[in-house]
Design a protein around this ligand. Structure first.
Ligand code: NAD
Length: 371
């Protein structure tokens, strides 16, 4: 089967491509990625060269390029997105462009190319916050950030293609992922790499916000199952049943480093910060899926990976970058052409901390838990 995986140089996409090639001997993968600041060819180093993996640099908003490279593929798995909530607050148009218009462009090209199945990778953040109970797939979407609103637009456009054009679409919506190859602006790798360097960890507000944490390879198995066995036109929630407050997550990471709570720096909360995400994933579990990784063991493995792979994350984390927007990325003005508007080579990625707004009073001061 020929797979067209978009965003496969990012965190989850690179894990998925590796998983796919290892578990399906018939899979041939075209990995299509724009290589924004978050896309990292080094995450694919062990796959180059691989006889069943081909990398193509490209933008899912570019219909002409897709028309050239997409025909001949059986399935599309779309990971490509601007995934950082804090960045979407300072650079909203880029997030909405990729997360909604990009999905529409891809779906349209899938229709013309006769692609068999289109899987749109979505997020729990599309539903918004929930005080009690858990969201089911039929609940209304109330996203809070430009990131999640863009993602909600993307999943709705994809589903509309199933209804109107009979494109074989399935959508997954997953909780927060953690694991190897995650860009160090996101909360787990940010805190882990700060602690490796003996720096404090910046925690938003009181740290009371609740997230459900899934090891990235469990997300990969969920996607694979929905791709192969999911019912067309359906949404599948992917939840870990592993809810903890950001403070509890922080305490577990501190404990793993033998550090005390004096290493927490409480910073001004993110605007519009959703309080709690929670998914009911009964529909997916009825297909036979369950997470295989225990949270504490997965966190321990993740820490081991970041300790062992400094050569992967150090180039992404400029010296002194201890907060989420200290890393390279789209221009903070949001609408001005920024680094993400052009193909970025490895030499483009590291940017000086002085390029980014990182003061405690602005968005992005603390822990990014986007995606
Ligand atoms: P990531 O930021 O690590 O990777 C995104 C990748 O997409 C990068 O390689 C980037 O270069 C690429 N990309 C961005 N814009 C593109 C474009 N216009 N065309 C082609 N490629 C483009 O993100 P991630 O954490 O791996 O998330 C992958 C997907 O999973 C996203 O759709 C995200 O919304 C979803 N998701 C993530 C999480 C999470 O916790 N990380 C949870 C649920 C869902």
């Amino acid at each position: 089967m020929r797979f067209f995986v978009t965003g496969g140089a990012g965190f989850i996409g690179s894990n998925y491509v590796r998983h796919l090639l290892a578990t399906d001997p018939d899979a041939e993968v075209t990995n299509f990625d724009k290589l924004t600041y978050a896309g990292n060819p080094a995450s694919l180093d062990d796959l180059e060269p691989h006889p069943r993996h081909t990398f193509v640099q490209g933008d899912i908003c570019d219909g002409a390029q897709l028309a050239e490279v997409l025909p001949g593929h059986d399935v599309v798995v779309n990971f490509a997105a601007e995934t950082h909530v804090d960045r979407s607050i300072v650079a909203p148009l880029e997030a909405v462009r990729t997360n909604t218009l990009g999905v529409a462009t891809l779906a349209e090209r899938c229709r013309h190319a006769g692609v068999g199945r289109f899987l749109q990778v979505g997020t729990d953040e599309e539903y918004g916050t929930i005080a009690e109970g858990s969201f089911v797939e039929t609940d209304r979407l109330e996203p809070s950030s430009p990131y999640s609103a863009g993602k909600a637009g993307g999943s709705l456009v994809a589903l509309a293609y199933a209804t109107t054009h009979k494109l074989d679409v399935v959508v997954t919506r997953c909780t927060n992922n953690y694991g190897p190859y995650q860009f160090p602006e996101k909360v787990v790798p940010l805190f882990v790499t700060n602690l490796i360097d003996g720096h404090k960890v910046p925690l938003y507000g009181t740290g009371g916000n609740i997230r459900d944490w899934l090891y990235v390879l469990d997300h990969c198995t969920a996607i694979d199952l929905v791709l192969r066995r999911g019912e067309t036109g359906r949404i599948y929630n992917v939840g870990a049943n592993n809810e903890v407050t950001n403070l509890e997550l922080t305490r577990r990471l501190l404990a793993a480093f033998g550090a005390g709570e004096d290493m927490i720096e409480y910073v001004t909360d993110r605007p519009g910060h959703d309080w709690r995400y929670s998914l009911d994933s009964t529909r997916l579990r009825e297909l036979g899926w369950a997470p295989a990784h225990d949270f504490d063991a997965g966190l321990a493995e993740t820490i081991v990976w970041y300790r062992a792979n400094e050569s992967w994350w150090r180039p992404l984390k400029p010296a002194g970058a201890t907060r989420t927007l200290d890393h390279g990325g789209p221009a903070p003005s949001g609408d001005a052409p920024g680094p993400s508007d052009r193909p970025a080579g490895p030499s483009d990625r590291p940017a000086g901390p002085s390029d980014r707004p990182a003061g405690p009073s602005g968005p992005g001061a603390g822990a990014g838990a986007g995606g």
